[in-house]
Design a protein around this ligand. Sequence first.
Ligand code: GAL
Ligand code: CA
Length: 346
Amino acid sequence: MKRIKAWKIVCMALIPVVLLLIGTVVFRGFSAKEEEAIKIGVVIYRGDDAFISSMAVALEKQAKLVGEEIGKKIILNLVDAKNSQGSQNAQVDTFISGKYDAICVNMVDRTVASTIIDKAKEADIPIVFFNREPVEKDLLIWEKTCYVGTDAREAGKMEGQMVVDAYQDAPEAIDKNGDGKLQYVILEGEESHQDSLIRTEYSLKTITDSGIEMQRLERGIGNWMRSPAYEQMLLWLNRYGDSIEVVLSNNDEMAMGVIEALKEKEMLEEGPLIVGIDGGKDAKEEIRQGHMQGTVVNDADGQARVIIQIACAYVQGRDPEKEVPVLKGKYAFIPHYTVTKKDLKE
Ligand code: GAL
Ligand code: CA
């Protein structure tokens, strides 16, 4: 009886020692692993932008996948600048002082990237810009920096081509008043964004180059967002009624605003032909229901993959151009593709 008690006391006394030992081993192992991992800081321009939030999801996913492929854990820390360049600069500073291995930046104001690049260069931290393209002069400041995005000209051409195809299929269904011209309105993204102007120009040019006459009724800036587009479209519907035959939208979110306005006016079923860009989930649903003609897919996964691959190559001292064929010099442009109803049926 006495012996059992003595043993019990010894065992009890040993428990904290054992726990401490296990604790030390586990903690040491974990921190060593953290040390070994590639730490990537990501800052997005605003998290309430639908496409950018899909980029955030894609980046998390690709960090896992690319990490498995290169046999390294990748730790991704993603923060939101909430459309403030000042906050974004401070967030990058925090990544630099926190000794992150690489930083990925979705600029708030794409014209002021040099401030960030100068600091990253001084700290020898590679920096991959995405979606909002810095000016070339700035990208040339630092060898370990580049831009990943899409070719806005290509997006514009594909968007325009969807209108051309639909018109050639059934001209009378689109040119409803039969005057041989397409009366249209256009919704544009931010004025300072490289994609807005170019998408607008090329979608229109593709349609007119095919011989279709276009007549603009209105243009409006919707800043990529649903609600300003909805407000604009309500105004335009009050002004023009059903004489709007085509809606060109620089992205899908604004097209969704247009659809909401049409719904509210009970004009959606016989409504104008609508095209957008991004390939968002909601847009695909509207395409399936026949409310929208089509979208040009802005491949978030494809871009995220290349962003992570390039960042890791820089960190591990390899030449990203050799590893990522789509990267040419300072630029990697990920191809677009279109989605119309027939693509969704398959
Ligand atoms: C574009 C995208 C827009 C918006 C914008 C933000 O590529 O089509 O929906 O997200 O980027 O910079
Ligand atoms: Ca017409």
